[in-house]
Design a protein around this ligand. Structure first.
Ligand SMILES: [Fe+2]
Length: 170
């Protein structure tokens, strides 16, 4: 996902956050966190579409798993957004800049295995991006963002395992 330099704006030009992070580093990390926010929202919407539409012999198990997963994503999105604010930037609020699901959409008529694989792939994408940004945050001494993203990687990897464990093939 390419960074959009206009995605975040500072809360205040005077009351800058002085905790040892360079202003430009705070901005860059906030930009990247806003991308993770958008991708996580997109995954949340996809997860709900599977929750509602999946048809399978394991319906109840997938229905309950996806409900748990979109709940976890909802909580995580709040943590990511509040980290952007703590870094001194507004959470992107332009119409569509956060709530626009990106990437492949879920066909509500596709097979349960295809739906599960689509979600697992989306989690892989989120985890890979979080890993890149976690490394960058650590390089810039933003250990708080690094820890937050490390937790996100673990949550995505667990979700991938559980989704694929419900597949009947492959
Ligand atoms: Fe539900």
């Amino acid at each position: 996902m390419k960074p959009n330099p206009s995605n975040v704006s500072p809360i205040s030009r005077k009351d800058v956050v002085k905790t040892g992070l360079a202003p430009e580093d705070r901005r860059v990390i906030s930009e990247h966190l806003s991308e993770i926010l958008e991708e996580s929202y997109s995954l949340l919407v996809k997860t709900q579409i599977v929750h509602w539409n999946v048809r399978s012999g394991a319906f109840l198990s997938i229905h309950e798993l996806t409900e748990k997963q979109y709940g976890e994503l909802f909580a995580a999105i709040d943590v990511i957004a509040e980290r952007i604010l703590a870094l001194g930037f507004h959470v992107p609020s332009k119409q569509g800049s956060v709530l626009s699901p990106t990437g492949f959409s879920v066909d509500p008529k596709s097979s349960a295995d295809d739906m599960l694989e689509l979600l697992a792939s989306a989690h892989e994408s989120c985890a890979s991006r979080a890993r890149e940004i976690a490394e960058e945050a650590e390089e810039k001494s933003d250990f708080v963002t690094h820890d937050l993203l490390t937790e996100r990687i673990g949550a995505h990897e667990k979700a991938i395992w559980m989704l694929r464990a419900h597949k009947t093939q492959g």
